[in-house]
Write a protein that binds this ligand. Structure first.
Ligand SMILES: Cc1cc2nc3c(=O)[nH]c(=O)nc-3n(C[C@H](O)[C@H](O)[C@H](O)COP(=O)(O)OP(=O)(O)OC[C@H]3O[C@@H](n4cnc5c(N)ncnc54)[C@H](O)[C@@H]3O)c2cc1C
Length: 259
């Protein structure tokens, strides 16, 4: 079974701090990590490969430094890594990102494409489903458990208030959630072998794409304005007996047209 994992390098949001003066994010010196859901996708792909055989390829679209995320995945046990990187991709929204990735995926032999549910920086959860649409293959999102039987997968999918079990033929695109598994650490032996492995780099010319649909030019999303949330004002503590406090709180809420 050939599995391709779509993997995004993201800033570690646990390390992001707010500048107290400007109220904006301090990005300098923030370490980059593999997007957490993508690690779950990779872990499950490695388990499936080890059970039924095949190959796990990781692919990422990003700047040259995204290579380190791909090397980390090789050290976790992935077989091959591809970085798609080109100035032509700059400014891509989710649609142009998914279009570029699907242009790369068309060149690969896959049974399963695995993405994370959501990236912790962009947070849209759109790229996986959009790739499936571009490739005209079925998709199952929010995957929590998978059983493989030949080219048929039995997949447990999480809903907000329950589960659904779906049987699907490959090729299929799945999106992983954290409940799927506990990702492994990099293996010592793999870490050494990773240095010898090649991370292939593809540019826009290497993809099966219409270049007009890449990057900012190919992005239907136009950001009109962005702003930082205003800091909340200090609250008011009501030091009155309960009944009086309730009456006072209601009058304040009415004054502000909340009720
Ligand atoms: C107008 C506009 C311009 C933008 N310009 C830039 C820019 O210049 N540079 C920039 O870095 N971002 C840019 N972005 C953000 C970029 O579009 C998103 O980060 C990207 O499309 C992924 O969306 P997301 O983070 O919401 O991922 P989600 O849809 O939440 O991700 C879901 C899953 O898709 C897969 N995935 C997502 N992105 C990638 C990727 N790059 N490679 C491999 N797999 C992936 C992963 O498996 C991930 O878990 C721009 C956004 C807009 C709206």
């Amino acid at each position: 079974m050939n599995i391709v994992v779509c993997l995004k390098q993201v800033p570690d949001t646990n390390e992001v701090k707010i500048d107290p003066k400007t109220g904006t994010l301090i990005r300098e010196g923030v370490p980059s990590i593999i997007n957490p859901d993508d690690k779950n996708a990779l872990e499950e792909s490695l388990v499936m490969r080890d059970k039924v055989g095949g190959k796990v390829t990781v692919i990422s679209m990003g700047p040259p430094q995204a290579e380190s995320a791909l090397r980390e995945s090789l050290a976790m046990g992935a077989d091959e890594a591809i970085l798609i990187s080109d100035r032509a991709f700059a400014g891509a929204d989710t649609c142009a990102t998914a279009y570029a990735l699907s242009g790369a995926l068309k060149k690969l032999d896959y049974d399963v494409i695995f993405a994370g549910r959501q990236a912790i920086d962009g947070d849209t959860a759109q790229v996986g489903p959009e790739i499936a649409e571009f490739l005209s293959i079925p998709q199952i999102t929010y995957v929590e458990k998978i059983d493989v039987n030949g080219n048929i997968l039995t997949v447990k999918k999480a809903w907000e208030d329950g589960y659904e079990t779906v049987k699907v033929n490959t090729p299929v695109l799945l999106t992983a959630i954290k409940e799927l598994n506990e990702p492994r650490y990099m293996g010592m032996k793999n870490i050494f072998e990773t240095f010898k492995k090649e991370v292939k780099v593809w540019n826009a010319d290497d993809l099966e794409v219409d270049k007009e649909r890449l990057g900012l030019k190919g992005s239907p999303t136009k950001v009109k304005r962005s702003a930082t949330k205003e800091a909340r004002g200090a609250g008011e503590v009501i030091n009155k007996p309960v009944k009086e406090a309730v009456t006072y709180a209601i009058s304040k809420l009415k004054e502000k047209h909340v009720i």
